[in-house]
Design a protein around this ligand. Sequence first.
Ligand code: S3P
Length: 171
Amino acid sequence: MENIIFIGFMGVGKGSVAREVIKHSDYIAIDTDDLIESMENRRIKKIFEEEGEPYFRKLEKDISLWLEKSVKNTLISTGGGFYKVKNLKKIGIIVLLDSPFDAIIQRIKEHPNAEKKLKKRPLLQDLKKAKELYNERRPEYLELADIVVDVTDKSAVNCTKEILKKVKKHV
Ligand code: S3P
């Protein structure tokens, strides 16, 4: 089993889908934001506030080197900007969870914890800027992805079925 790496914009559902995939497969899941938070013993929001974004990106780079060297048979979900690390392709099969910007924001707003979900993401504070970031990143996500799954209005279970089918075909 090769690693699977989920990439995609903030709030698209990488974490939720990863939690579903592990129920239906032998993968173990890890999340780069969770790794960073536990390494630093503080929240991403705090890291951005106290150290700035470049420091956070450096942590992502460190994690990417560790993933390439040491992690096997794992489903890795990543923060929305993690795809910029240089060795992404060497880590595993890249699966893009894709959805239009407005659908992503709608999805967050419909969540029972919507306020918390928005607050914890420094780059989602200004929706105009976030949309620009989305427009800048989307072609880069598409370019990198081995597999693209449109997750708009699909349940995590259906996304999981589609992903596992496509991964099987890809290997
Ligand atoms: C970021 C996405 C976040 C987190 C950080 C930066 C980004 O992860 O890594 O706030 O640059 O898109 P999610 O994609 O899980 O929100």
